[in-house]
Design a protein around this ligand. Structure first.
Ligand SMILES: Cc1cc2nc3c(=O)[nH]c(=O)nc-3n(C[C@H](O)[C@H](O)[C@H](O)COP(=O)(O)OP(=O)(O)OC[C@H]3O[C@@H](n4cnc5c(N)ncnc54)[C@H](O)[C@@H]3O)c2cc1C
Length: 281
């Protein structure tokens, strides 16, 4: 394979405009190297390394929006005071993401573009209503993060395009969290993950809520039914338990009932109770 290392985004996009179909983009390479060794990239002639593109770096907050470059690594997310302030659930997600070596290489752009249902950064991005800035040779467009995956491990991105950055609405709630369940406590791929943002008004009613479920549906999504069920209500343990049941039913509705449903449906309900319990207190 040819290994191409463009110096800037323009050169990278020009290359993809001519050779996109034969090219695999590589950022941190933590997914690409596995695919390469598994023989999944045999059709490709080129690896386009985007690690040096300055346009994909940087974390910034301006005009009430949080900007995170697609080339920002999970370690950089973990260490960023700006992300800690405006998107703490994303920082929380980075603490349980793989191990240190992988976090040093893995990028947020690669995590989203890989379109794995288990991609840990996606639920936190979804609760922040994140959009991705996508560029190709002819221009740029914004698309919601949840529209990037068209199916498990299938990206809707055209072969001539690159995710440049993500634009997030800042956290506007007193309570936000990310939790995941894996087969073990460390170095585990998510079997289930959840990100939430919630707030209460002066009467103690839920006045703002965002819920996103990961690793349970083929394509990441916001759980609007649960949000609507909880809005305007005083959160009690019973209410959260009932909302968790709606969440489990929504998941089963999307995926159909499977052998794993016996475990997953109560686990979703339990995880929802665990993550939202501090809002009851
Ligand atoms: C041991 C191990 C543990 C892991 N643990 C976790 C975990 O806990 N949670 C988790 O979510 N994932 C985990 N992963 C998966 C992986 O690390 C992540 O998906 C990572 O974020 C991918 O980023 P990358 O920069 O390495 O992407 P790469 O491997 O470089 O690329 C992944 C895909 O995205 C495309 N791509 C990359 N950047 C862009 C861009 N800017 N624009 C368009 N396309 C792009 C590439 O062409 C490729 O198809 C793990 C992997 C390993 C090997």
């Amino acid at each position: 394979m040819n290994y191409i290392t463009p110096d800037n985004l323009k050169d990278a996009l020009n290359f993809l405009a001519c050779h996109g179909e034969d090219t695999e983009i590589v950022a941190g390479g933590t997914d690409v190297m596995i695919d390469l060794r598994a023989g999944k990239l045999e059709q490709k002639k080129n690896l386009l390394d985007i690690r040096n593109l300055a346009e994909l770096k940087g974390i910034d907050f301006k005009d009430e929006k949080l900007f995170i470059g697609a080339g920002v690594t999970l370690t950089e997310i973990n260490r960023s005071d700006t992300i800690k302030k405006y998107a703490p659930a994303l920082v929380k997600c980075s603490t349980t993401f793989a191990g240190r070596q992988i976090r040093n290489r893995a990028t947020i752009g690669g995590n989203v573009a890989h379109s794995s249902p288990c991609g840990d950064t996606i639920p936190p991005l979804v609760i922040h209503e994140a959009v991705a800035l996508i560029a190709n040779k002819t221009g740029e467009k914004l698309i919601p993060v949840e529209a990037i995956a068209s199916g498990p491990y299938q990206s809707s991105l055209s072969k001539d395009s690159i995710i440049v950055k993500f634009i997030l609405k800042p956290c506007r709630a007193n309570f936000t969290d990310f939790q995941k369940i894996g087969r073990r406590k460390e170095l585990a791929v998510s079997r289930m993950s959840m990100a939430i943002m919630a707030d209460k008004d002066e009467q103690g009613r839920i006045s703002f809520i965002r819920v996103s479920l990961g690793a349970c549906t083929p394509i990441p999504q916001r759980m609007d039914e649960v949000e609507q069920f909880l809005m305007g209500k005083i959160p009690t343990q019973d209410l959260i338990w009932d909302a968790g049941k709606i969440l489990a039913e929504k998941m089963a509705g999307v995926t159909g009932r499977r052998a794993s449903s016996v475990y997953k449906e109560p686990a979703v309900q339990g995880l929802f109770m665990r993550i939202l319990y501090p809002v009851v207190l």
